[in-house]
Ligand binder design. Sequence first.
Ligand SMILES: Cc1cc2nc3c(=O)[nH]c(=O)nc-3n(C[C@H](O)[C@H](O)[C@H](O)COP(=O)(O)OP(=O)(O)OC[C@H]3O[C@@H](n4cnc5c(N)ncnc54)[C@H](O)[C@@H]3O)c2cc1C
Length: 606
Amino acid sequence: MLQYKAPVMDMKFLIEDVFKYYKHYEKYPEFAEATPDLVDAILQECAKFCENELLPLNQSGDKEGCKFDNGVVTTPTGFKAAYNKYVEGGWQSLSHPVEHGGQGLPPSLGMAKQEMMGTANWSWAMYPGLSHGAMNTIQSHGTEAQKELYLTRLTEGTWTGTMCLTEPQCGTDLGQVKTKAIPNADGTYDIMGTKIFISAGEHDLTENIIHIVLARLPGAPEGTRGISLFIVPKVQVDQQGNLGESNKVTCGAIEDKMGIKASSTAVLNFDNAKGVLIGPENKGLECMFTFMNTARVGTALQGVCASELAYQNSLLYAKDRLSMRALTGKKFPDKVADPIIVHPDVRKMLMTQKAISEGGRAMVYYTAKIVDEIEMAKTEEARKEADDRLGFITPILKAFLTELGCESASQGMQVFGGHGYIKEWGMEQIVRDVRIATLYEGTTGIQALDLLGRKILLTRGKALNKFSKEVLLFCKDKSMISKNPHKRQMNKFIWALSKNVANWQQYTMRLALRAKKDRDIVGSASVDYLMYSGYIMMGYFWAQMAQTAYEKLATDLENRDFYRAKIKTAEFYFERLLPRTKSLAKTMMADPKTLMQLDEDLLSFL
Ligand SMILES: Cc1cc2nc3c(=O)[nH]c(=O)nc-3n(C[C@H](O)[C@H](O)[C@H](O)COP(=O)(O)OP(=O)(O)OC[C@H]3O[C@@H](n4cnc5c(N)ncnc54)[C@H](O)[C@@H]3O)c2cc1C
């Protein structure tokens, strides 16, 4: 049986001490209510809800899965009751604007809520999670009437939303979208086409589902320039928001998947379904991109959630499972053997999981502050500045943290030995559930191309330079010349970090020069480059956490063990995970020809 206790202490360490959220909230009068007392109460209550209501449905939901019968989808036992409690508790509205019934609390706080829900039960969390995407789209691009009509119910959670992009012939290359939108005289559109893989596309949790659909108008340009965005409700609504007739959108099937089995993944058939245009004609993809980064940070979180859940369970198991003796002599002579936690290789797996979970959480919580800045920006200039920063970080977070989430889940299974492969313990489920995270919301390969191609080369490394400056400023401030003892203790981290940042810039420059002569280098280097960047970025956050822990050791005597553990985990990260950059640097700089020189026909002799 899977165990989970929300890591509230670690969350508060980041919120209060490392990233100083309260100082950041003070900048925005809208966040006046986000006081330490309220935030603390929310974290504690959310932890209870996730531990008591969502966790118990995690394995049962996987076993039972969603059921499909003639267009009707039934979620696993207990899902609807938990969803009703979630809505009654006001959880969906936590960080949405007050004017549509939200509580107006910061999005960064919403991220902490998402983390707990996603760790306790990722499949369940996808139903309310997808709604956030739909709400953001309507909030950013809807008319006042559309906001009025849809946002209140989505915000309270009595309706959910979806994002309908993918079609059978295309997921990455949305320029191939074929779904049609035919205008009607009354200003509505008839939507025709098939969407596949639609998360929360059909379910029994709410009375209505609001689909946000990409489709083409008659005569629209080919490719991505001819795609528009439509709101298509499952059940039609009148101007007052009353439910009317069913719309002509039906669920043809749900996918039988490797993991997240309790999350319904629907094939949706639109057969002259009534929809309304949202945003300008032919600008559908641009509209979606305005909040794509935020959605991707949400997916990055799945890596952290899986890592945390796997870590908590493998740690418990490693303390309990007995096998042979420690190499340095018996540690528990009264037992028939020592627990496996005494073995360095098991420790390596546990420490790797710990470093990924806590380092990943730090990356996400840092980024969540930027999301706040975007939502609260008072000028277009301020919004763009924050969005550019987020745009650089997002592909790294999305791909790096989901790839590491898979690694951590797999290590967790390894700690269990053969029992990790058996369903009862839940470890194989975590491995299956997290695997999708590297695929949806843009595969790792696509995130890597976005990072190196668009965010670095196209902008001549502007955002990288800005981020590097921030890291180097941190390094300078903590530098060895200082007499301050905390600062001297930081030297080991600072040396490695500044050297890595300097290398990062140099390698980027070399790649840019080579890309001028050989475009294939971008594609051949990109994934390694992204992972390389991820390790350095995580190193920056581990250094920050170590620095804060050193400071707190002197002032917070009650929690000294927590801070000592932080510093030791930072040491582990710098000694054993950051050096992966060396091998990645070598492979990302390798000649693309070893990938491309073998003729397609010679790839197999079958
Ligand atoms: C469980 C699940 C839930 C999903 N939920 C949703 C949802 O709610 N809404 C929605 O719209 N979609 C959803 N999707 C779809 C998902 O986003 C796509 O599957 C994903 O974006 C990849 O698209 P694809 O499957 O068409 O793969 P393809 O685009 O066919 O890619 C296949 C492979 O080729 C690589 N590749 C493709 N193009 C390039 C290129 N130019 N350069 C280098 N490599 C390339 C990819 O990285 C990948 O490895 C979901 C999918 C699943 C499985």
